[in-house]
Design a protein around this ligand. Structure first.
Ligand code: NAP
Length: 313
């Protein structure tokens, strides 16, 4: 049997070549028929390279009887049915840590972009509106409070960055962290009430589904901004659109959406939102390192060595 790896996305050409040196590499594209590819190679596929936007369901795992490993190209693994993977004895890996700095940078881009109206101002210049009137005013970051939802690797990198902007940091997660200088809020609504900016940096999945709902947005209030670099499912998107539409929220900066690449029509028409196409890790440097770690995990697994970055079931 030729061992095959099904690549659902992510890997750059160099890392693809590196895999091709050891495995048959299958990549569903617009030009081939993914279902035919899967049925032809069903018994050959021993590994899947997954990305956050591609669900890896129990059904897919069950259709691949020799699947041993799902190597996620990303840190969040909410797209993978991990219970099914554990039941079927399929190992899961991800690419933590090395995505942290770039994703935190995108949170800052969104925060600055929406509060200082940077992207709106760019458009203002390009379409010649500056000739008619000066651009309207934004809002300062200095002295404002950032509430971080999920103070993990990325949340802490965001906290460090906004601290350098002389902003005050508070945070909410399930557990209080011992080693950080920031105020802990054990209740998300209380944190939203105290925050000028609420920045989501927790994992996606069932436990955080719509954790930022209408009541949290109301607590953030009409002067508050929401920034989401976590997962679209963390925020109730309909409630967000309604809050922005009804001026119950000052603005939002989003890198992720509930149903990517679909972005609600309502958001597309608003000036006070910044919309990025899920580019938290989208740099040559980070995507290269992520791909290398994916390949290292695959090689380790099939050489019988310990996985570099296993994900607990
Ligand atoms: P991490 O180090 O595991 O941190 C996650 C944090 O979230 C932890 O501090 C955890 O603290 C908290 N948390 C977990 N469940 C929670 C809940 N139910 N309620 C409140 N807080 C909760 O992960 P990370 O590397 O920082 O990444 C965080 C997420 O960012 C990823 O899972 C991924 O979805 C997203 N991400 C997005 C991009 C992008 O391109 N936009 C890129 C990378 C990552 P407790 O355990 O104390 O609750």
């Amino acid at each position: 049997m030729a061992k095959a790896i099904l690549v659902l996305g992510g890997l750059l050409p160099e890392e693809m070549r590196s895999l091709e040196g050891h495995f048959v590499v299958l990549k569903p594209t617009k030009d081939n028929d993914p279902e035919l590819m899967l049925s032809e190679h069903q018994n050959d596929i021993v590994g899947v390279v997954a990305t956050p936007s591609k669900p890896v369901s129990a059904q897919l795992m069950e259709a691949l009887p020799n699947l041993e490993l799902i190597a996620q190209f990303g840190v969040g693994t909410d797209n993978i049915d991990k219970e099914a993977a554990a039941r079927l004895n399929i190992a899961v890996t991800n690419t933590p840590d090395l995505v942290t700095a770039d994703t935190a940078d995108i949170a800052l881009t969104l925060l600055l972009g929406v509060a200082r109206r940077a992207f709106e101002s760019d458009l203002y210049v390009r379409v010649g509106q500056w000739f008619s009137a000066p651009m309207g005013l934004g809002h300062s970051l200095t002295g404002k409070t950032v509430g971080v939802l999920g103070l993990g690797n990325i949340g802490q990198a965001i906290a460090k960055r906004v601290s350098a902007f002389d902003m005050n940091v508070i945070y909410h997660s399930r557990t209080q962290k011992d080693d950080v200088p920031y105020e802990y809020c054990d209740n998300l609504i209380d944190m939203a009430e105290k925050s000028d900016f609420l920045v989501c940096a927790c994992p996606g999945g069932e436990a955080t589904h719509h954790i930022v709902d209408q009541s949290v947005l109301e607590a953030l209030g009409s002067q508050g901004y929401l920034v989401n670099i976590a997962r679209g499912t963390v925020v109730d998107e309909q409630a967000l659109v309604a809050a922005l539409h009804n001026k119950k929220l000052a603005g939002a900066g989003l890198d992720v959406y509930e149903n990517e690449p679909y972005v609600p029509e309502g958001l597309l028409k608003m000036d006070n939102v910044v919309l990025l196409p899920h580019i938290g890790t989208a740099t040559v440097e980070t995507r290269t390192k992520m791909g290398q770690l994916v390949v290292e995990n695959i090689m380790a697994h099939f050489e019988g060595k310990p996985l570099k970055t296993p994900v607990a079931a």
